[in-house]
Design a protein around this ligand. Structure first.
Ligand SMILES: [Zn+2]
Length: 412
């Protein structure tokens, strides 16, 4: 892709309303733009990042054997009354009446809809377990939307739901999801913590939260970096596992897994016939990841004073080629040739703009592509080009004809 055709609009300064690092950088790097408070459009760079995260989530979910579906965003209010969550959701749920008088809402989550769906399909223990997931837009009427994609009124989530015949089978699926979540967050370049150590003591139905430490986080946990114990609390005390002092930190929640048990299957009558002929409610689990929020979380952990530093799998591009002067014939030729060769294997962005080198460098650091290839007149006189890593600014000077191999080697 040529920069001149890529609809990238960077900003020198973030709008004053942007409070968190990630929100500022997302606006400055031209990933998103606000439509109204709490509602954002994704521009090409932001959309590429979103797709990369979705692909990681999808790959790891598929590996667990879960089937991808897409549920309706428009939901009948009646289902929420049946499950008993109608009042609980209150004004957070966006509701309206259509012209035929039907009471509808925009789904803030999908436990009710999925339970209804599975209930109408599955009859026998032979058809269980079932794990379904979707990546979908959710809606919440947030009183105070904040921090860009972190607390928004419209956001994208991956939500998975498991249906089992008994607790033992639910345990297996719950564990499978936990492992998949660890893989997903690792691939996203996040150093995360989970309240797994705490799951046992919660009693009743288990749940486990995944979080990343961030200054702009809205939740507080106490945390032990030695054994990774974490618990939602503001009270600092000794770690129950290793008796070290616990540290109070602010975190962003990025995922949550729950053993729901029969909460929804009972209220919505999602039953199956067991091997002995008895009718039983299905045992459910639900597993969420804030997909759009992950963009913010990843930036909160991967930036410096100049901009974003994308982890390799998340970056909108693998390589950014920066010709210092497009008017210089050889610079243009070498850049074009390298672009052509690299594009066969990688996602490449070529900054073909007729801008000063300083501006190109600033924008390059801001949008955070992990590998920059700098091509200039001086270097070419000696037959050399520069390969620069965004994360540590380390420079590798290579012969023009060896550039391709060197870049392949680094990306591998
Ligand atoms: Zn500890």
């Amino acid at each position: 892709m040529f920069w001149s055709e890529s609809f990238i609009y960077t900003l020198k300064e973030a709008p004053e309303a942007a409070e968190s690092v990630s929100h500022k950088l997302m606006l400055r790097a031209g990933l998103i733009r606000m439509l109204v408070a709490g509602v954002y459009s994704y521009l090409p760079l932001g959309f590429k990042v979103l797709k990369n995260i979705e692909n990681i989530v999808r790959e790891e979910m598929d590996k667990t054997g879960a089937c991808e579906i897409l549920l309706a965003a428009l939901q009948p209010e009646e289902l929420w009354i049946k499950s008993g969550r109608d009042e609980q959701m209150g004004e957070t749920m966006i509701r309206f009446t259509d012209r035929k008088g039907r009471k509808l809402c925009l789904g803030p989550t999908h436990e009710e809809v999925i339970t209804e769906l599975v209930k109408n399909q599955v009859r026998s223990y032979r058809e269980l377990p079932v794990i379904l997931y979707q990546i979908q837009t959710k809606y919440r009427d947030e009183l105070r939307p904040r921090f860009g994609l972190m607390r928004a009124c419209e956001f994208i989530m991956k939500d998975a739901y498991s249906f089992d015949i008994d607790e033992a089978s639910l345990d297996k699926n719950y564990k499978k999801m936990f492992i998949a979540y660890e893989k997903i967050f690792k691939r996203c370049g996040l150093s995360f913590i989970s309240t797994k150590a705490d799951c046992g003591v919660m009693g009743g139905d288990e749940s486990c939260e995944f979080m990343v430490e961030a200054l702009s986080g809205e939740d507080k946990v106490i945390y032990c970096s030695d054994c990774n114990f974490a618990q939602a609390s503001t009270e600092t005390k000794k770690c129950p596992n290793c008796k070290k002092d616990l540290k109070g930190i602010t975190v962003i929640e990025i995922g949550h897994i729950f053993k729901l048990g029969t909460k929804y299957s009972k209220s919505l009558e999602a039953n199956f016939t067991d091997a002995d002929g008895t009718i039983k409610p299905m045992i459910m689990g639900c597993y969420g990841i804030g997909v759009s929020r992950l963009i913010a979380a990843i930036i909160e952990q991967n930036y410096d004073k100049d901009g974003i530093i994308w982890p390799r799998e998340i970056s909108p591009y693998d390589v950014l080629i920066i010709p210092l002067n497009m008017a210089h014939r050889q610079t243009k030729e070498v850049s074009g040739e390298l672009y052509k060769n690299l594009s066969a294997k990688f996602n490449v962005l070529l900054d073909d703009r007729d801008e000063r080198a300083g501006i190109k460098f600033k924008d390059a650091d801001l949008i955070g592509v992990p590998l920059k290839v700098v091509i200039g007149e001086k270097g070419l006189e000696n037959g050399k080009i520069e390969i620069v890593k965004r994360r540590d600014n380390s420079v590798l000077l290579v012969d023009v004809d060896k550039a391709m191999a060197a870049i392949k080697d680094i990306i591998k």
